[in-house]
Ligand binder design. Structure first.
Ligand code: 5AD
Ligand code: SF4
Length: 469
């Protein structure tokens, strides 16, 4: 990953949700678990991060307390990712560590994509697990938890045939300034390599009124940045009678008093229309950054992947973004070593990098996944060759990023400050175009505020600056 941006659906680093409740942990009925505690660890994408925030909210409302260590928890939950094999394997090795916990009276649950993918087989592989629940069944969590609390050893929530979304008034959020908000769950595309349509089920959009109500609540709680989430966020289809288009929803969210930045991820190129670019041009609160995964620069490979666009059609979308009245940062996802990818195909991906000059990208070696059409495709590329191609791709992108970032020296950005370094007067944050900026300031309390920063240096992955007035 060439990581200037931390928006990836794939930051697979292990994260456990911090125990302090920041934001909107509300209360509701059903506080049945006096003294019960939970530990929740999350793998995978921002959708999983946000699902975990909602799951934590449900548990808090049932009277559970969140703890930082699995050792002291009565309920241990893993929210899992199966987008690539390594991520899925990690879950089983983690579960292996908890083999003895059940005997000690602790309850273990597996949530998310591995839960959906492996289903009841998890009970066979790890009989000490008592709850297996995929994301499409989270709305049933209170019910499922009640069964677990009643001592049921094998509780499952594995339906994906739902047209409902997981909405909860008790979401707790981990970041006090930026809130995630899922507007569309599941995926109706059928990319040949991808488990998501299988693990997260069909597309379900949230009604625009409900989205806007939550954004207003977030603004009242002091959030100034919201990130709208969906596997194909721009395929949003308002199920209510208002029938708001995605671009209209973006403008309406930006219009909520108190909101200063609105982001969205991930967009699918096929559904990326001029109306979205027009909205970005019109409303500066819409961040000037679009994540538009291409996956390959070769039309032949794109066809095999069933991405539903050609290289040329994709490049037209990029041209549309480049012609916008304000500069818009563009980032992407790329898979190398898809079955049958030739040297010539790979060269086309490299030439696309030159042509588009992305601000950042996330790159992956193709990983064969269960239940996906590409699993049966011939001409697998060896691991060694995949690694070679990934290395070349990342090196090229690193050069492009270094060059692009170098052109930003002396420019000024508004930065939402989200970090303070241990070093005196050192802070960090993000620009609207989602670059990381490390900067100096003599001020004392900057966290959560927006400051004007002049760039004085640039690396491939971040900028260096100083606060200006
Ligand atoms: N192998 C490698 N990368 C994958 N992705 C999705 N499925 C796979 C797979 N089987 C990547 C795509 C997608 C991102 C979320 O993960 O690039 O855009
Ligand atoms: Fe997976 Fe394709 Fe859906 Fe993205 S659009 S989640 S890559 S199937």
């Amino acid at each position: 990953m060439a990581g200037t941006f931390d928006i990836s659906l794939d930051s697979l680093a292990r994260r456990s949700v911090a125990p302090e409740t920041v934001g909107t942990a509300g209360s509701s009925a059903g506080s049945s678990q006096n003294g019960a505690t939970f530990f929740l660890e999350t793998f995978g994408c921002q959708m999983n991060d946000h699902d975990s925030e909602k799951v934590a909210g449900v548990l808090l409302s049932r009277g559970y307390k969140q703890v930082e260590s699995p050792d002291t928890a009565s309920l241990i939950l893993y929210n899992t990712c199966s987008i690539r094999e390594k991520a899925a394997q990690k879950v089983f090795s983690r579960l292996g560590e908890y083999r003895t916990k059940q005997a000690a009276g602790q309850v273990i649950g597996v949530l998310g994509c591995v839960a959906q993918q492996e289903g009841e087989d998890i009970f066979e592989r790890a009989p000490w697990v008592s709850l297996v629940c995929g994301s499409a069944s989270y709305r049933k969590l209170p019910e499922l938890l009640a069964q677990v609390e009643a001592g049921n050893q094998r509780v499952t929530g594995l339906d994906t045939d739902t047209d409902e979304t997981f909405e909860t008034p008790v979401t707790r959020r981990d970041n006090p300034w930026r809130a995630y908000l899922t507007i569309i769950e599941g995926c109706d595309k059928a990319c040949a390599y991808c488990v998501v349509p299988f693990t997260r089920g069909p597309e379900r959009s949230r009604a625009s009124d409900s989205v806007l109500k939550e954004v207003r609540e977030l603004a009242e709680l002091g959030y100034s940045e919201v990130q709208l989430l969906g596997q194909t966020v721009n395929s949003y289809a308002d199920p209510s009678s208002r029938r708001m288009r995605f671009s209209e929803l973006l403008l309406a969210v930006a219009d909520v008093p108190g909101m200063r930045r609105v982001r969205f991820t991930t967009s699918h190129p096929r559904d990326f229309g001029e109306d979205i670019v027009a909205a970005l041009e019109r409303e500066p609160k819409l961040c000037n950054h679009v994540h538009l995964p291409v996956q390959s620069g070769s039309t032949r490979v794109l066809r095999e992947m069933v991405r539903t666009y050609t290289r040329e059609e994709y490049v037209e979308k990029i041209a549309m973004l480049r012609q916008a009245k304000r500069p818009i940062a563009i980032t992407t996802d790329i898979i190398v070593g898809f079955p049958g990818e030739t040297e010539a195909d790979f060269a086309e991906t490299l030439s696309l990098l030159e042509e588009v000059r992305y601000d950042s990208l996330f790159s992956f070696k193709y990983s064969p996944r269960p239940n996906t059409p590409s699993l049966a495709m011939p001409d697998a590329i060896s691991e060694e060759e995949k690694s070679r191609r990934l290395g070349i791709l990342q090196e090229k992108q690193r050069e492009i990023q270094s060059e692009r970032n170098a052109t930003l020296v002396n420019t000024k950005f508004d930065v939402l400050v989200s970090g303070k370094s241990r070093r005196e007067n050192q802070w960090s944050g993000h620009t609207s175009c989602h670059r990381v900026v490390n900067f100096t300031s003599q001020e004392r309390n900057l966290l959560g505020t927006y400051v004007r920063v002049q760039v004085i240096g640039a690396g491939a992955n971040s900028l260096v600056g100083e606060q200006v007035t």
